[in-house]
Design a protein around this ligand. Structure first.
Ligand code: NAD
Ligand code: ZN
Length: 359
């Protein structure tokens, strides 16, 4: 008999322009006595007083800024966990306000406040054994789906891999399209394309079922509307892309991503290239795997006048290339979804090395 996955979803969702103002009330019901709430805020907002004044910090609550110049590491998570423990003691919860990096940090810090050791020990599937502290996400970029996923992607000492577990999804997410209104066009494109690529990889993967197809098709339609069909960018586009991110994340919850992500993880690990841009650099070269999706992607690049970096792997020495191949080939479920159970025959080390050389 087939063993269908029984997966954990986000607890509560609030969506709507300005709904960030409801966060205070939402947290009030979750506060445990004097135990503070920790707000982990993307450092982009450090010099945005108007936004900072809206964060509902009370009493002993702490606002910590997350430096996401580079993608989150296990060392950063462990350091934040130690800081929160020593400065706050018991906490009522962790609220991540920012893009995918900050949301993943918030998930991981929440989990590491209750699970012993280093977060590096939990990179993998279902290694986390205890629920974290109450955790909330407020996305300020749309596309990663980190707001709904069961993983917190971290760069560790030996790999870039998420803490994938039933304890990882947020207890609450606050989806306020007003918060993504001022994102610069290039960042919006790269993070938005993460969603687009999630959809293509999910819809063309072998793990696809009606559940993930339903969400994936809707998210793909929304991505096409905002990046190809609509004339300009407006508030309606912000709403659509925020829901695309959510639906794209739901689609891969019951399927998996594919070739672009497996290769991009290698790039991210070795070259510290951010996920969204890394995916775009890779996807650009994947016509043989995703012909239609890549064709539309090229139209989107042109329409939004995005110049992708080229020749990014050129400076790597042979040992670094081998390490990058190891990280990428280590993403077995992604390859299996993309190429089927005999993926190792189809994606040989040589073929992947040639693909990396083209990036
Ligand atoms: P990001 O969080 O890395 O942020 C990118 C840049 O945008 C940063 O400089 C940040 O300061 C800035 N920024 C954030 N909000 C902004 C705003 N409102 N206006 C202007 N700038 C803003 O970018 P991302 O693409 O959202 O996330 C990428 C990360 O998400 C990677 O670490 C990746 O591994 C992770 N990810 C996680 C999942 C998951 O399911 N957990 C899925 C995909 C990607
Ligand atoms: Zn992604």
């Amino acid at each position: 008999m087939t063993d269908f996955r029984n997966f954990k979803l986000v607890g509560y969702v609030v969506f709507g322009r300005g709904c960030f103002s409801q966060l205070d009330g939402i947290l009030a019901a979750r506060r445990q006595g004097e135990a503070p709430v920790v707000f982990l805020v993307d450092h982009f907002f450090r010099d945005k007083p108007a936004f900072l004044s809206r964060i509902p910090a009370r009493g002993r609550d702490r606002v910590l800024f997350a430096d996401v110049t580079h993608e989150p590491t296990t060392a950063l998570v462990d350091g934040l966990r130690d800081q929160v423990r020593s400065e706050c003691g018991q906490v009522s919860g962790v609220v991540g306000i920012g893009g995918g990096s900050t949301m993943d940090l918030a998930k991981a810090v929440s989990l590491m406040l209750t699970n012993p050791g280093s977060s590096a020990e939990y990179q993998g599937w279902d290694l986390v054994k205890r629920p974290g502290v109450y955790k909330v996400a407020v996305p300020t970029l749309s596309g990663t789906g980190a707001e709904v996923s069961r993983t917190a992607v971290l760069i560790g000492p030996t790999k870039k891999l998420g803490l994938n577990s039933d304890f990882t999804p947020f207890d609450q997410i606050v989806l306020d399209p007003d918060l993504v209104a001022g994102v610069p066009a290039e960042q919006r494109f790269y993070t938005g394309m993460d969603c687009y690529i999630h959809c293509i990889e999910s819809l063309q993967g072998s793990f696809l079922n009606a559940f993930s197809r339903s969400y994936g098709e809707k998210a793909l339609e929304l991505c096409r509307q905002v990046f190809l069909e609509k004339g300009g960018w407006d508030g309606d586009s912000d709403e659509r892309l925020m829901m695309a991110s959510y639906a794209g994340g739901m689609s891969i919850a019951y399927s998996q991503v594919g070739v672009a992500h497996a290769v991009s993880y290698g790039l991210g690990y070795m070259l510290k290239i951010h996920h969204g841009i890394g995916n775009c650099i890779v996807f650009d070269q994947l016509e043989e795997f995703y012909p239609e999706g890549v064709r539309d992607f090229h139209r989107m690049l042109e329409k939004h006048r995005i110049q992708l970096p080229r020749g990014v792997t050129r400076g790597l020495d042979a040992a670094q290339v081998e390490r990058m191949l190891d990280v990428s080939l280590g993403m077995a479920p992604l390859w299996q979804n993309a190429l089927g159970p005999d993926w190792q025959r189809k994606m040989t080390r040589e073929r992947l090395r040639a693909l990396f050389a083209r990036l």
